[in-house]
Design a protein around this ligand. Structure first.
Ligand code: COA
Length: 503
């Protein structure tokens, strides 16, 4: 489809300009809201042009940095280019770009990590100030001036409502057939808030377009640029074993009547393990699965096509390059089965609790008492952020965290005496799975949890060391949670000093 056909509003034609001209609307110190969620639907052209301006300003000794609020992670053409020129003084929330991660960890960029379902309410609280500019990727603009989002909805409508100036990128790489797949519903901004009328993942409660005051639109840039679509490596043995343990657990839960025959909506994180779980689910006898989740990955698309999954509700896609190509060429097969919502709705505690979701997310490390670290390497270095894992972990009917038992070629145990950072407290963690087994922690005391986690989930190389640590805690006077505080983080210290957690 040609570029012209994506911008149907005649009154906006004169605002079409180059990315360079559009970037001139952004000034040093501006708070900028951008579209994008897990590498989908982020602006691809204006950030690069802005980065050039910033680089030029820095070479002339001028200050030029912006503050950025996103949906979640973007891609190299957004976070990457701006990080390269040290162009971001403040960023929230979730990031996976390696260059931006470096800026965050060395302190060049102030990073505020937060639950993705709460970014909108955080902005509305006023604590961060007023939004100067929004840069929003669209798949098209209708003749009446309403806007069709692209492959992610994120916080787009709020940024469009709030920014003083709006820059639109209309990306013809995005299929025009995305029109009709979005469901935009805005929460009320006064309290008590209106009940969100969503009782089933397939419910449509809003409209399929976004709106903006057209007088605020200062520039429209046409692009034809692909999303950041990360390839998944095929599931390795560990991922397959994790998925296998999880399937057994889900089948048992169903046999016991704790999961109904019609199943419960699934939330799944992204990554290789999550994809292996989707693949395993597609081979089981479960029927009519539904997803109420943040992102739609490869495995879900496969299940939607085969009929195994009847509907997937999310706020964005996170597909491998092959799968995105397949999706774009066969979108008609998925149009009625996928609903993309604002992230405030996809991750809303009220709905997650009402639907009784099953949350399955990856962890960096988990301690013997069931506390989970999703964000920090060795307690100090930010990896990505908490993402939506907290929105789902606290509120789901069943919350499961998964990790291979070892990292860095066996130098690191993912099951540790004490996590170096707590993102999910043990009361939000119902079960833990590694390739060695699944520990069902529901209703257990810390001592019971420790015994189960060491036996079922830890790698055999680290089990004796974990038992030794636990016994020292018991010898200490056997408190409710038997820690040996002097050694609680000694494994992390040892890794930092020697490159291995093993003595
Ligand atoms: N200690 C130190 N490093 C560790 C580690 C540990 N215990 N466990 C994993 N790592 C490292 C890996 O070695 C890898 O490093 P590399 O990039 O240098 O190779 C990196 O962390 C990622 O680990 P990987 O095994 O590839 O897992 P992943 O891609 O599945 O990511 C999380 C795991 C936890 C980082 C990721 O799921 C995440 O960011 N989660 C938080 C957000 C979230 O849960 N969102 C869910 C809703 S979408």
């Amino acid at each position: 489809m040609s570029q012209e056909k994506r911008i149907h509003h005649s009154g906006l034609q004169h605002k079409i300009c180059s990315a360079e001209d559009a970037a001139k609307w952004i000034k040093h110190g501006d708070l900028v809201g951008v579209s994008g969620f897990t590498g989908s639907g982020y602006p691809k052209a204006v950030p690069g042009a802005l980065a050039d301006r910033i680089k030029q300003a820095h070479s002339e000794g001028e200050e030029f940095q912006i503050k950025v609020l996103t949906g979640a992670s973007t891609g190299p053409q957004m976070d990457g280019v701006l990080a390269e020129v040290n162009g971001v003084s403040y960023r929230s929330s979730f990031n996976t770009d390696p260059k931006m991660r470096e800026r965050i960890n060395n302190g060049d960029t102030t990073y505020f990590d937060m639950h993705l379902g709460q970014v909108a309410s955080f902005y509305r609280s006023g604590a961060i100030g007023d939004m100067d500019v929004a840069i929003i990727e669209l798949s098209s603009i209708r003749a009446d001036g309403t806007l069709i989002a692209s492959s992610a909805v994120g916080n787009n409508q709020l940024w469009l409502n709030s920014a003083k100036k709006v820059i639109l990128e209309v990306n013809s790489w995005q299929p025009a057939e995305l029109e009709g797949m979005h469901d935009i519903w805005e929460v009320t901004t006064t309290y008590p808030q209106e009940i969100i009328p969503l009782r089933n993942p397939s419910d449509r409660i809003g409209v399929d377009y976004m709106t903006v005051d057209l007088d605020k639109v200062v520039a429209i840039v046409e692009t034809n640029s692909h999303d950041r679509n990360t390839p998944f490596s095929p599931p390795d043995d560990n991922a397959r074993m994790i998925a296998g343990h999880l399937m057994e657990f889900l089948k048992d839960e169903m046999k016991e009547g704790r999961i109904p025959q019609e199943f419960l909506p699934l939330q799944s994180g992204v990554g290789n393990v999550a994809n292996a779980v989707m693949e395993a689910l597609s081979k089981e006898d479960f029927e009519n699965l539904m997803a109420y989740t943040e992102v739609i990955q490869d495995g879900m698309l496969t299940m939607l096509e085969s009929g195994k999954m009847s509907v997937a509700s999310a706020t964005s896609f996170s597909l491998s390059p092959d799968k995105v190509q397949y999706f774009n060429n066969n979108i008609h097969k998925f149009r009625d089965k996928i609903i993309l919502r604002p992230q405030e709705i996809s991750n809303h505690p009220e709905i997650i609790r009402r639907l009784g979701c099953i949350a399955m997310n990856a962890a960096i490390e988990i301690d013997i008492f069931g506390n989970v670290n999703s964000t920090h390497i060795m307690g100090t270095r930010m990896m990505n952020g908490i993402g939506g894992s907290g929105d789902f972990a606290r509120n789901s009917k069943l919350t499961i965290f998964m990790t291979p038992s070892l990292a860095k070629n066996g130098a690191i145990s993912a099951i540790v005496p004490m996590v170096s950072r707590v993102d999910h407290a043990s009361m939000d963690v119902h079960a833990v799975v590694t390739e060695h087994g699944l520990a069902d922690l529901r209703g257990l005391s810390p001592k019971q949890r420790a015994e189960l986690l060491i036996e079922k989930c830890a790698h055999p190389n680290f089990r004796p060391l974990l038992r030794e640590y636990y016994n020292k805690g018991l010898d200490n006077g056997s408190m409710y949670t038997p820690h040996h505080l002097k050694e609680a983080l000694s494994w992390h210290e040892r890794f930092v000093d020697t490159g291995s957690m093993l003595p």
